[in-house]
Design a protein around this ligand. Structure first.
Ligand code: HEC
Length: 248
């Protein structure tokens, strides 16, 4: 019976996950939201390599600082490079909006870089991880790259210095799309493939935290709530017994 229910559940959920990934093979991100060091590195990579184009406009720097254990003065001196319209350094309490205008983004990339606050919920962590590993050389594209997870992507391969350049293994392109498995490294970057995967995992970890910053807190609160309800239930039960013991 148990097996039957399990199979039923799997049949029900399989099409959903297939739909979410567009039927494409995705590499496993194996993220760990309790790994603060990884989240801190991910945040650092994000501000260095992504934030110039992609805002995180639902969040303040200070909020991320508190969650990830980064003191305010470090945030101000080492993380925040942006300046406001008066030319003053942006304050830690500000929202993480980029200076790039949508009209400029549309013009420069064909499609303006979207805000990535909740992209991990929209696309899933495995998709982001796969996407960042799947850029390959394609001279027919404006920036000279395409992506097996995102056909005709408008984004340049911003991590090329780290990863290097990949090529598609098969020449005919269009079928069997998906994942970095079809790609091979043509020009090595400054880090090894294993190190590159870890960097991408850190960024994915950070974006997953970003999409639901209260997740960790929600889980621990949940445990306390259940414990409280249990203790309260026991107390209520004995109280009821006490009150009703003389009523026949
Ligand atoms: C030079 C500007 C630029 C930089 C820097 C950049 N991106 Fe992008 N990104 C884009 C553009 C443009 C798109 C939209 C592509 C399209 O729709 O064709 C995009 C799309 C994306 C998407 C897909 C969003 C969606 O759901 O459609 C993700 C995820 C993403 N970028 C992540 C990143 C990450 C992570 C970094 C840093 C490592 C980064 N980007 C750096 C320009 C940039």
């Amino acid at each position: 019976m148990k097996r039957l229910i399990l199979t039923g559940l799997m049949l029900l959920t399989a099409p959903v996950s297939l739909l979410a990934s567009g039927g494409m093979h995705l590499d496993k991100a194996d993220i760990d939201l309790s790994n603060k060091a990884s989240l801190q590195r991910g945040f650092k990579y994000y501000t260095n390599y992504c934030y110039g184009c992609h805002s995180l406009s639902l969040t303040r720097y200070s909020r991320i600082g508190e969650d990830l254990g980064i003191p305010k003065d470090i945030l101000q001196s080492e993380v925040i490079f942006a300046r406001d319209e008066k030319g003053e350094p942006v304050k830690v309490g500000s929202y993480m909006k980029t200076a790039m205008r949508k009209s400029y983004g549309d013009q420069a990339f064909g499609k303006a870089p979207p805000d990535l606050s909740v992209v991990a919920r929209a696309r899933g962590s495995d998709w982001i991880y796969t996407y960042l590993r799947s850029f390959y050389l394609d001279p027919s594209r404006p920036f000279g790259v395409n992506n097996t997870a995102f056909d005709n992507v408008g984004m340049p391969h911003v991590l090329w210095e780290l990863q290097g350049w990949q090529e598609l293994k098969k020449s005919e392109h269009g079928e069997g799309h998906g994942g970095a498995g079809e790609l091979e490294l043509a020009v090595p970057g400054s880090v090894s493939p294993v190190e590159y995967d870890q960097i991408v995992r850190d960024i994915t970890n950070f974006l997953t935290y970003m999409a639901e910053p209260v997740r960790e807190k929600r889980l621990t609160t949940g445990v306390f709530v259940m414990l409280f309800l249990f203790v309260f239930f026991v107390a209520a039960y004995f109280l009821k017994k006490e009150y009703w013991k003389d009523v026949h």
